[in-house]
Design a protein around this ligand. Sequence first.
Ligand code: NAD
Length: 257
Amino acid sequence: MRLANKVTLITGGGSGIGKASCLLFAREGAKVVVVDLKQETADSTVQEIRDAGGEASAFAADVSKGADCEAMIAFAEKTYGKLNVVFNNAGVFHPEDDSVTNTAEAIWDMVIDVNLKGVFLGCKYAIPALLRAGGGSIINTASFVAVMGAAAPQIAYTASKGGVLAMTREIAVEFARKNIRANSLCPGPVETPLLAELLSDPARRNRRLVHIPPGRFARPEEMANAALFLASDESSYVNGSTFLVDGGITAAYITPE
Ligand code: NAD
């Protein structure tokens, strides 16, 4: 098993990419701390893992709050004795996050608080625990929009993901000689509840699909597989990377008809 004897913590583990990653990490032998905003949501992922014979515990936390992040890391160490992998994956996408000229300050603050500050806080409190364990792997969820602009704007979301990318690189360099690796997972568009409303509109769906070389959106499990690689020792020389899992969107100029 690819994560045998590893203790992992995944934020946003109640849905989408986070949930698929919790289930996969547990199948690969990890003990998984499932963190989500609501206890019930985290509990339901834990139940699925336990039903399949895996080991997991739930913890409710708002990643935009320092005290919550400190507590989730303490919970992981107290429950399983150490922490080897942190996957800072929780994120939000707000329907009123739009062009720079008409996005409200409150929407900007809310998105940046969760998507960027939440990752900062996750790293801030996880790194001392990873050092106590002799090192580890940090995976921060950015997005392909961290490296591309879109004419269907979502300014706060895009800025937050660009910040995650830059912050992760710096962490990767600072802690490399202390046996900590940090990488940004940059998904292309994935069919999860995050985009459900947007993708339910055929015009908006097709506006995006036309730019995706394989002609389909990703599945959460496809991101979980990438996160598994970054979490495991198989990626021991992968550090500070912009790990794009986007079906080739960022490679494309003209896509197939
Ligand atoms: P999702 O909405 O299915 O799941 C996100 C989870 O995060 C939810 O369970 C939610 O409760 C939790 N969450 C939200 N705010 C939180 C907070 N403050 N504290 C703790 N938990 C919180 O979304 P997803 O599509 O699985 O997205 C996961 C990550 O992937 C996000 O960072 C997102 O920005 C990123 N991403 C998604 C896509 C996509 O197309 N779906 C593309 C690129 C990047």
